[in-house]
Design a protein around this ligand. Sequence first.
Ligand SMILES: Cc1cc2nc3c(=O)[nH]c(=O)nc-3n(C[C@H](O)[C@H](O)[C@H](O)COP(=O)(O)OP(=O)(O)OC[C@H]3O[C@@H](n4cnc5c(N)ncnc54)[C@H](O)[C@@H]3O)c2cc1C
Length: 341
Amino acid sequence: MRDFAYARAGTAESAAEALADPRTSVIAGGTELLNWFRLGIAAADNVVDIAGVDELRGIASDGDDLRIGALATLNEIGEHPLVIRTAGALASACLQAASAQIRNRATIGGNVLQRTRCPYFRAEEPLPWPCNKRDPGSGCTSLAGRHERQAIFGWTQDCVAVQPSDPAVALAMLDAQADVLGPAGPRTIPMREFHLTQREAADAGQPMRETRLEPGELITGYRLPASADGQAYVKVRERASYEYAIVSAAAAVRLDPVLPGACGAGRIAAARVALGSVAQRPWRLTLAEAELPGTPLTREALIPVIERAMADAAPLPQNGFKVTMARNAAVRALLTAGGAS
Ligand SMILES: Cc1cc2nc3c(=O)[nH]c(=O)nc-3n(C[C@H](O)[C@H](O)[C@H](O)COP(=O)(O)OP(=O)(O)OC[C@H]3O[C@@H](n4cnc5c(N)ncnc54)[C@H](O)[C@@H]3O)c2cc1C
């Protein structure tokens, strides 16, 4: 671990000003950043601690929006009555992340900036194998090696990693906006566009870029439009706690009012659905969202809609199972959100 200078920021503005120096990192809960320093994934000369900046805290209604400060911890979000009532998928995603101890420290600002769990990327330096994210131009060991947990959408020959955040999937599904403060002043980034696939990054001429956050920008919080839709977050993993998703799905469903005397399954009036751990960004199934209104809320009716929306999946030789698993997670999330499961 390299030495670094440590300072505490008093305001969001002073933290953003400090970030203008590319040798400076901000630290919130430190659950990611300190691991990166230890593994050699990142190094900084200066670390500015934002944990004491009160304006970055809090969870409250703001007009029709729900506003969540960047320093809110995953447990604070998951247990907050307002979030449970109006953004249940996000509350559930937060409480299914990591372990209770980590959730008490991990912030929602740092969570969406976590890096991939690809084991070739997460190795301690000196890196014993090529990894384009660690050493651009060296190659992707996962592509020819183990890649069963990797992407089925948006990957390139340069990198096949996925973004592992649970809350980011719910934020993207709920049409949340990130509020950021940077050298050019404040701006917002829609969470469904916050992360980039490898293909999107390559097309933009920056193949290893992972988000639309510009250097020097601080996330101050998130804004979520109030929603009365039923919601769910389904996480498929190898054990029930302290484990990353193999795939996940977040969904929100509004049903058509049931007519008196009608029988059978309710029909969907509107639905939103996003997959997690299938790409380097949360994957909204927009084709399905367009097709779902009018569809009965049954497994049999939902499966073909989700399959059509996932027809462009491009699994790697070892992860074809993720296509079926993600389809089933999306169907289960929709059924649960609509109250049919
Ligand atoms: C063992 C373990 C298991 C985990 N399991 C899961 C899981 O199942 N699901 C899941 O979603 N996550 C999981 N996580 C990830 C965890 O949720 C994140 O590490 C955490 O949320 C990061 O927040 P932090 O405050 O600790 O970030 P830090 O480590 O402080 O910072 C991480 C990065 O974000 C930057 N940053 C922090 N805050 C801001 C801000 N406001 N604006 C701009 N940049 C900022 C930092 O500069 C740094 O680059 C796990 C982590 C660990 C260690």
